[in-house]
Design a protein around this ligand. Sequence first.
Ligand code: HEC
Ligand code: HEC
Length: 146
Amino acid sequence: MRRWFAAGLAVAAVIGATAIAASQEVKSLRGDQAITEVDKAPPVHQVREGQRYERAYRQQPPLIPHAIEKYEIDVKVNQCLRCHDWPQNVRENAPKVSETHYVDRQGVRLDKIASTRWFCNQCHVPQADAKPLVENTFKPASPATR
Ligand code: HEC
Ligand code: HEC
């Protein structure tokens, strides 16, 4: 009698699980697209030139107020320095790379840009009028009074 009861329970469990699986619709993050379909390209935002976005907090790497896709940065070449390294920046009328970028990890002052700052776009990104990817409640640390 006990055994029949246990077997009956097991059968009921299997039927139940199947029913739940069938009623739950499986949906991927891509939505209803077939795997073979290619996702739509995300929108490309235009760089806002001719004005500078304010920093949201004191230590923020300033946003880049110009396009950068033509400037190569790799192990050997860094074309940003052509305009931003001293003394070229004077001729190019570009803001000089921050003094903090000439200090290595041990705090030693260097004459060349520190290798920890070589890949500029690790920290600096072109500014764009783009909506936040995720809704959030971020507010600037010290809202500008302007
Ligand atoms: C042809 C010269 C030139 C090159 C190359 C160049 N920039 Fe600039 N950059 C400028 C000028 C000029 C400004 C100032 C623009 C303004 O004030 O509107 C500027 C502004 C900036 C600023 C804003 C600084 C601040 O204090 O607000 C950042 C950050 C910056 N550039 C980063 C970069 C990075 C990173 C690269 C390489 C990917 C790069 N730039 C390549 C000329 C250049
Ligand atoms: C590890 C992050 C990081 C990297 C890499 C980096 N920067 Fe910065 N940069 C900052 C931060 C943070 C500031 C603002 C605080 C400061 O001045 O140090 C800044 C400031 C600046 C400024 C403004 C200076 C001023 O006096 O207003 C310029 C221009 C700049 N960086 C250019 C560059 C260029 C060009 C490169 C690549 C050669 C680069 N940065 C690499 C983080 C970085």
